[in-house]
Design a protein around this ligand. Structure first.
Ligand SMILES: NC(=O)c1ccc[n+]([C@@H]2O[C@H](COP(=O)([O-])OP(=O)(O)OC[C@H]3O[C@@H](n4cnc5c(N)ncnc54)[C@H](OP(=O)(O)O)[C@@H]3O)[C@@H](O)[C@H]2O)c1
Length: 340
């Protein structure tokens, strides 16, 4: 089988390093180019990166020399995977697409454009069909918190709900490698994350939207979000409270969440967990220290109903389910759907 050759923009960052780890031994996606900001172009990856990902730099990437994000440097790959910050991503990705180069991106610009799918594969791989027949494919990943918290929302939309309230407690790595000074987050909680409270409901509404005539029309979801930054390295936790108009069948709801596995019909999805949502019965789970390892799984616990309110606690790895993992799973899914 011919391998899918990819390049990685933003390879020295938090998401980029996780992407390198996940692609190290991939059976059919081959990472052939790495890039970062201009000051690193031409340097060997191992000599310029401040590597933080567990397990050290994979041997095969150590001597790779960094290139730029330009179309000229990325012409000879099948897909560009982008982990650029928004300001750099906006012009660079559009330039690539205008030059006929396929892009899957983690960055926020264009996430809400109707003609660009915003993909969290288990939830909406069908949205990828709007790309059928297009010469150049441009796909976005949702924001890390949106990707994680969206996973059980489908089940809630099937209930008679008034409003969904989410408090997200987000890890430091969500702000990028140099995102937060140590002195501002150590032993502290910051009660505001710029732009997050607007992005999350809008992106979840798009993921649960309808694909019609080559566009995605967002679903109307009544949702309010409060986002805070907490001093943990990895893992975004959300406390979800849903105001319900009638009592749900909790046992049935839990069973449906446990059985959620929409990609089970596909083969060859190396980053698709058998159970994308893991439900914990223990009162003190999920926890960042126990449940936020490298997995694509989203962990849910404390599901209960009391006095008109359904509650659950949701946790996922922001760098895997929230970024690098879904980029790669999206590419795998596109291959299985013959979209590549
Ligand atoms: N962190 C998360 O949990 C997460 C989750 C979902 C989505 N995202 C999104 O994913 C993207 C990457 O996030 P991150 O956390 O990995 O950020 P990061 O740690 O700050 O890494 C940014 C990367 O982009 C490179 N870069 C910066 N400016 C550039 C420019 N002008 N031209 C070319 N390369 C440039 C950096 O290279 P240098 O090292 O050379 O500066 C670095 O490799 C962002 O858009 C972010 O919003 C992040």
């Amino acid at each position: 089988m011919d391998k899918i050759r990819v390049s990685l923009l933003g390879s020295t960052g938090m998401v980029g390093q996780k992407m390198i780890r996940l692609l190290e031994n991939h059976p059919y996606i081959e990472l052939v180019k790495l890039s970062a900001s201009d000051s690193r172009i031409g340097k060997k990856y191992s000599e310029t990166v401040s590597w933080i990902e567990q397990g050290g730099i994979p041997e095969k990437f150590r001597d790779m020399r960094l290139v730029s994000s330009s179309p000229e440097d990325n012409r000879d790959v099948d897909y560009v995977l982008s982990a650029l910050p928004p300001e750099a991503a906006e012009p660079a990705e559009i330039q690539l697409v205008k030059n006929g180069i396929n892009v899957i991106s983690n960055a926020s610009p264009y996430r809400l454009s109707k003609d660009i799918p915003l993909i969290n594969p288990e939830l909406n791989f069908e949205h990828l069909r709007i790309l059928e027949g297009k010469d150049t494919k441009f796909v976005k990943n949702p924001n890390c918190t949106s990707a994680i918290m969206a996973m059980p929302i489908g089940e809630i939309l099937g209930l008679d709900y008034e409003r969904i309230f989410l408090v997200s407690m987000q890890a430091i790595s969500g702000a990028g490698f140099t995102g937060l000074p140590y002195m501002s987050i150590d032993d502290n909680i910051i009660p505001y994350i710029h732009g997050e409270e607007e992005k999350i409901p809008a992106e979840i509404s798009k993921m649960y939207g309808m694909a019609e005539n080559g566009e995605i029309n967002s679903r109307k979801i009544r949702m309010s979000v409060t986002s805070v930054r907490v001093p943990v390295k990895v893992g975004h936790m959300g406390i979800l409270n849903v105001e319900l108009k009638s009592r749900p069948d909790i046992e049935n709801l839990i069973a449906r969440i446990k059985n959620f596995s929409p990609l089970r019909g596909f083969t060859g999805l190396y980053n698709a967990p058998k159970h994308p949502i893991v439900v914990h019965d223990e009162e003190d789970r999920p926890q960042n220290a126990i449940d936020t390892y490298n997995g694509m799984e989203v962990h849910i616990g404390r599901i209960s109903y009391n006095d008109g309110n359904l509650r659950m606690v949701i946790l996922g790895n922001n760098l895997v389910r929230g970024a690098a993992g879904i980029t790669i799973l999206t590419l795998e899914t596109m291959k299985q759907m013959n979209l590549i």
